[in-house]
Design a protein around this ligand. Structure first.
Ligand SMILES: Cc1cc2nc3c(=O)[nH]c(=O)nc-3n(C[C@H](O)[C@H](O)[C@H](O)COP(=O)(O)OP(=O)(O)OC[C@H]3O[C@@H](n4cnc5c(N)ncnc54)[C@H](O)[C@@H]3O)c2cc1C
Length: 310
């Protein structure tokens, strides 16, 4: 385990502890840090953020934060929230997509429930000519998530729903080839979850090398994908491959998270690359924030300093 891996493992463990969440939400420094990564608590905050991004030439994919819901009623509330969000985005005139987690739709209760709920969200997106990106969660749900994306695509005419793949997983290159052959739009990211070494590469160098391999598969497929990273080496490799293949800048888009590398987001947009920013909002920001803290030791040092100062 590397020096970075221990706090990462601890934070990812804490992100799943429901009881700690209540106490953590009361910590002012944590709430302040959340403001950097989260648009706010309401759909109005998210739409305002998407509009502000659009004014700077950046696109948005809006995510209502809530995951691992534990009741049918809660999952239904998420459907209601997403349908309203899609309606409000459409009415606002801002061109933004949405990102959705299947555990938010009740996947931990049953795949059939998650499919039925996600179907309603995709139907609303289809009616409004929008797009639903189904986020990828931990490796235990990779296969069922891809199965549901395929089912949703078959029902919705294929253009309104897409998948996410994580280069941390050993299976991802094969998934990328299969999904590209089916014309599925993919967001490629490194992966934010701690996984067992039989399913995921334990070393960051292997995750990065796999990212580059999968990025090439995606760019060569002729389908319009999202390359989601803040890692300048991954971005440079993507630009180099696109140039070598003679691809136009809008053959794919770069994607980044709200509050991370704004300088890079704007620089790429100025160069003429489409850039989409992931805009999370909602009250359930705790697990999302823990994953962002886990990604970078400097975030932890900042938090520790703030807590120490009281
Ligand atoms: C648009 C988008 C959607 C995503 N969707 C998913 C998903 O569905 N499923 C999933 O598992 N993961 C998702 N992720 C998260 C992703 O898997 C990574 O955990 C995250 O993007 C960090 O990896 P990186 O590629 O930026 O590279 P890293 O090597 O982690 O980071 C490269 C550099 O980026 C900056 N950086 C990265 N993270 C942070 C941070 N938290 N705070 C401050 N600076 C940072 C630092 O400068 C760092 O040196 C998504 C990421 C993006 C950008």
């Amino acid at each position: 385990m590397t020096a970075h891996a221990l706090p990462r493992a601890t934070l990812l463990f804490l992100s799943r502890r429901q009881r700690l969440k209540g106490a953590a939400l009361k910590l002012r420094p944590l709430r302040e840090l959340a403001r950097r990564f989260v648009a706010g608590e309401t759909w109005e905050d998210a739409v305002d953020t998407a509009r502000a991004l659009a004014e700077q030439g950046l696109r948005a994919s809006v995510d209502h934060l809530n995951e691992a819901v534990r009741s049918e009623a809660e999952a239904h509330e998420e459907v209601v929230e997403y349908k309203r969000l899609l309606r409000r985005i459409d009415e606002s005139g801002v061109k933004a997509h949405v990102s959705l987690k299947l555990t938010q739709c009740g996947l931990l209760l049953s795949p059939a429930l998650a499919l039925a709920n996600a179907r309603e969200v995709v139907a609303e997106a289809t009616a409004r000519d929008s797009f639903v990106r189904v986020d990828m969660e931990h490796a235990a749900v990779t296969q069922v998530t891809l199965d549901i994306v395929r089912a949703l695509r078959a029902e919705s005419g294929e253009t309104h729903v897409g998948a996410v793949l994580q280069s941390a997983l050993r299976r991802t290159e094969a998934d990328a080839r299969a999904l590209c052959a089916e014309g599925v739009r993919i967001r490629l990211c490194k992966g934010a979850y701690l996984e067992r070494s039989d399913v995921a590469f334990p070393d960051k160098a292997d995750v990065d090398a796999n990212f580059v391999r999968c990025m090439r598969v995606l760019l060569d497929s002729g389908v319009r994908h999202g390359i989601a990273t803040h890692d300048e080496r991954m971005i440079d490799a993507t630009r180099a491959h696109a140039e070598a293949r003679g691809l136009p800048k809008d053959a794919f888009e770069f994607q980044m998270l709200l509050g991370i590398r704004r300088d890079l987001q704007l620089a790429l947009a100025l160069e003429g690359h489409p850039v989409r920013v992931y805009v999370p909002y909602g009250r359930a920001w705790y697990p999302y924030l823990m994953r962002r803290l886990a990604e970078r030791p400097a975030n932890l040092r900042f938090l520790w300093h703030q807590l120490w100062r009281g």
